[in-house]
Design a protein around this ligand. Structure first.
Ligand code: SF4
Ligand code: SF4
Length: 256
């Protein structure tokens, strides 16, 4: 259950497509059970955080404070957040238990994809995003010795990864554009707004409803009402809004 932006594990160089087959099964009786839930670096996506903080019934600010630390995404000035491991001998995930993941139905998308890794590229001047998959094989993982058959697509469906990718689409687009654009810098204010929208959604809600935001930006009244209570509606609106603030409506030209 690993890293979507991997750096410290054995990556099979083979690029997989949706129809690529593989054999794998993870279950409680397997000898390596829980071995993948320690000493890992998991980048959390905006939708991961919404699901996890709601599952834990805490605010986004409290979630970020207790369970994450920030980092700059390589070759960009964009902040990303990483799940903080426990300070124990094996650097275990704060959500692992002898029974498995205590947040299983709300686990992050990286854990859902594992043992498949997902990568996306945007190569200038190509505007289309190129997605591909690969195996993340680690010596301790015995799941590949099991005989349940999958394709990458059937695995993604089974793990609800498609839903997570859909929810995070604008966030991923921002990350990829920034990487493709090299060192172009956003303003400090835009970066603060990016962090708030993407990771601290409860603060973004206050920002929308307790400032002059709705006087300055025209938002459909029905959408406004939805955003008051519904985290997903607020997140999707916020990601779209911050993407336009950083890049303009159509072209990745403007850095505010
Ligand atoms: S969130 Fe759950 S599945 Fe992911 S590493 Fe932690 S315990 Fe394992
Ligand atoms: S089979 Fe792989 S994914 Fe499942 S518990 Fe073992 S190491 Fe983790």
């Amino acid at each position: 259950m690993k890293n979507k932006f991997p750096s410290d594990k054995v990556i099979q160089p083979l690029q997989l497509s949706g129809s690529s087959p593989f054999q794998f099964r993870c279950h409680k009786g397997i000898a390596c059970f829980n071995k993948c839930c320690s000493k890992i670096r998991i980048f959390l996506t905006p939708y991961d955080i919404v699901r996890m903080k709601n599952r834990l019934q805490i605010s986004s600010a409290e979630f970020l404070e207790r369970y994450t630390y920030p980092q700059e995404l390589e070759n960009t000035d964009l902040p990303v957040v990483i799940l903080k491991m426990n300070d124990d001998e094996i650097k275990s995930c704060p959500f692992v238990s002898p029974e498995g993941c205590t947040l299983y139905t709300d686990r992050p998308v990286t854990c859902r994809y594992y043992p498949i890794g997902f990568a996306a590229m945007k190569r200038a001047p190509v505007r289309e995003q190129e997605d591909f998959y690969f195996f993340v094989r680690e010596d301790h993982c015995r799941g590949f010795e099991e005989d349940t058959e999958w394709t990458v697509d059937s695995w993604r469906k089974d793990q609800e990864a498609e839903l997570y990718d859909r929810m995070n689409r604008d966030w991923m687009e921002i990350l990829l554009r920034k990487k493709a654009m090299g060192l172009a810098q956003a303003t400090e204010r835009s970066l603060q707004l990016f962090y708030m929208v993407c990771y601290d959604l409860d603060s973004f809600r206050r920002f929308v409803f307790e400032s002059a935001f709705l006087e300055n930006f025209k938002v459909d009244p029905e959408e406004v009402e939805k955003m008051r209570e519904d985290d997903v509606a607020l997140l999707l609106f916020g990601l779209h809004w911050i993407r336009e603030r950083l890049f303009g409506k159509d072209e990745p030209a403007e850095q505010s």
